[in-house]
Ligand binder design. Structure first.
Ligand code: GLP
Length: 266
């Protein structure tokens, strides 16, 4: 695991987008795992900019989103599909047939989860998975006590998650109580993952996930098991990290990060 601390949220999102850009340039038929949430919006904004001004080409890319709410159709403006359309899909040249999200209104939800896992396998597996983190440490919607080997399934959301996300909904009381989500085990199979967290409110959970013990109480801590995982935070979200000086030293000195040191800072 590597941790990168950038001075502010824009610089953190910019670095994330530049790593996606590099992965896409290295492999035009990239299988890209996508996340939702407010934090990711600036990453998608940057990718759209790169598509428009630098001709970043998504025509060969396949995408798989982490999760979708149960009961929300793709046309529903509160669905994650709709979020993705608004923030990325309708602005870049992704082929609609290459875009995948779990179907929140599938008649048989368990069969839908099996289908989704198979679709990921059929694509050759996820090359790069983007992740955010919930304040309870969830990745996707893997709430506390999600098995570290869990697969795509229906998960009941915690009251804390419902409270945290309800304000996004046109009618907050109607926020679904369940979601389809890739499992922790599904996520750990991706070839590379990048978790982005910004803002002081994420500082404690980031420190617990990165520097604390691996526990199913904090799904993101399972990323410590991943062979190629990059955690990107802004200064406030990195505020509780005990190893911050070391992480900064790595970013400032390791040749791998040289091309990114001059990343624009908002
Ligand atoms: C939702 C998503 C998660 C995401 C989280 C963070 O719960 N299911 O995948 O990590 O939001 O949201 P935000 O970026 O708004 O803090």
């Amino acid at each position: 695991m590597e941790v990168i601390i950038r001075p502010d949220a824009e610089a953190a999102a910019d670095l994330t987008a530049r790593l996606v850009q590099k992965a896409l340039q290295d492999k035009p038929r990239l299988v890209l795992g996508l996340a939702t949430g407010r934090t990711m919006e600036s990453v998608y904004r940057r990718l759209v900019e790169m598509h428009c001004s630098e001709k970043l080409d998504f025509s060969g890319v396949a995408t798989f989103n982490l999760d979708e709410y149960v009961g929300l159709a793709s046309e529903n403006s509160d669905s994650y599909r709709h979020y993705m359309e608004r923030n990325l899909f309708q602005h870049v040249n992704l082929r609609p047939s290459n875009v995948h999200l779990p179907d929140g209104i599938a008649v048989d939800l368990d069969a839908e989860c099996v289908r989704y896992e198979q679709a990921i396998r059929d694509s050759g597996g996820i090359d790069l998975q983007l992740l955010g983190i919930g304040s309870d440490g969830h990745i996707g919607f893997n709430e506390p006590l999600s098995a570290l080997q869990s697969r795509t399934r229906v998960k009941a959301l915690t009251p804390a998650t419902i409270e945290q996300n309800a304000w996004h909904f046109s009618v907050p009381e109607k926020m679904p109580r369940r979601a389809l989500t890739m499992g922790v085990g599904t996520i750990l199979e991706c070839r590379r993952c990048i978790l982005l967290a910004t803002g002081e409110a994420k500082a404690e959970i980031i420190a617990a996930a990165v520097e604390g013990p691996i526990t199913s109480m904090i799904s993101a801590s399972a990323l410590q098991l991943h062979p190629h995982c990059t955690i990107i935070v802004d200064q406030p979200a990195g505020g509780c990290l005990r190893g911050a000086d070391y992480y900064r030293w790595i970013f400032d000195n390791e040749p791998e990060w040289e091309p990114y040191r001059g990343a624009r800072q908002g």
